[in-house]
Design a protein around this ligand. Structure first.
Ligand SMILES: [Zn+2]
Length: 329
């Protein structure tokens, strides 16, 4: 009887501990949340799979959960979640199977990471152990990792987005990369309005997807986030334009530049505030066309949700970044 009481009280203590961890997770500061995530990535990295690959997959999953209505938002430290068939095995009659042996038998990828005898898709250790094993199956190069990603997600845009996140994490060796900058240094004169969806004059009935920031020729244009230069060159609408992809599945588009910063090349990893080019009025014609409209920066933002990429209004973010830059001055 005494033993039973002991067991019961330790069980209660244990449950209490668990629930306090669970509720603490919602009250964590940003730093604590990032630390908790990083500890899982470090715990489950291995010789063939450095932490930033695991971090990139987790961040990608977090990004898409924020904008997709057909997949649930996973609670907990780790955002990675597996479709039922994938975890338990497509042929498995028990879609919620957590028995490692039968999951293996039915070809599911679910594994038991914390060695409690259960392969639980809601347990962060089991999830990380499973994903790390899956992604390191081909070998230790970026090519091998890409192959495993393609096999898992099927889409090359998804592979590109995850590789982008991984390279940025690798370069800065931290998860804390949410800093932003207003695209125009605030000591310059500029003006912009929320004109989302207004029609525009050239190139047929295209909706205006973005915000126009009017400023003089030659005013510097800066990256608004950490990211990788994905596109740099001429486009008949955007003129001299640059596209930068960040760790939030967002593609930032800067158009009508007069010229670029010379040193910036496609594939470069850059920071918020890095000068990428200068305000101009290029575009709306063949290569080199300029001066068909007043000089301005056209800034557009596009979010990738794992299936498609769509434009969303950058105006509210611009307002926030402008205010922050003014305060920091
Ligand atoms: Zn515009």
């Amino acid at each position: 009887m005494r033993h039973l009481v002991c067991l019961t009280s330790s069980l209660i203590a244990c449950l209490f501990l668990f629930s306090s961890i669970a509720s603490a997770n919602e009250e964590l500061t940003k730093e604590e949340r990032l630390e908790a995530r990083m500890s899982y990535y470090i715990k489950y990295e291995n010789l063939t799979l450095p932490w930033y690959y695991l971090a990139a997959v987790d961040q990608f999953e977090r990004n898409i959960q924020q904008v997709r209505t057909d997949i649930p938002e996973k609670k907990g430290v780790i955002a990675i979640q597996f479709p039922e068939g994938k975890w338990a095995g497509v042929q498995n009659p028990n879609k919620k199977d957590t028995v490692p042996e039968s999951i293996l038998l039915f070809g599911g990828i679910g594994r038991d990471g914390n060695q409690d005898g259960i392969a639980d898709p809601n347990n962060d250790d089991d999830v990380m152990y499973t994903m790390a094993g899956y992604l390191s199956q081909n070998g230790n190069t970026e090519k091998d990792f890409k192959k495993a990603l393609k096999n898992y997600y099927k889409r090359k845009e998804t592979v590109n987005q995850i590789i982008t996140i991984a390279r940025i994490y690798k370069k800065y060796q931290t998860l804390d990369l949410d800093k932003h900058a207003f695209p125009i240094p605030i000591e310059h004169n500029f003006s912009y309005r929320g004109t989302w969806g207004a029609s525009r004059g050239w190139g047929g009935h295209r909706m205006h997807e973005g915000t126009d920031l009017f400023a003089s020729y030659g005013v510097p244009v800066r990256s608004t986030s950490y990211g990788i230069v994905e596109i740099k060159g001429w486009n008949k609408f955007g003129g001299w334009r640059i596209g930068i992809r960040d760790i939030h599945n967002v593609y930032h588009y800067f158009a009508h530049l007069a010229y670029f910063t010379k040193e910036i090349k496609k594939g470069d990893i850059i920071e918020p505030g890095t000068v990428i080019g200068y305000v101009g009025s290029s575009g709306y014609g063949k290569k080199g066309t300029s001066g068909r409209f007043p000089p301005h920066l056209h800034y557009g933002t596009y979010k990738y949700n794992g299936r498609t990429e769509w434009a969303y209004d950058p105006y509210p973010s611009l307002k926030v970044w402008e205010k922050k830059d003014r305060e920091a001055r």
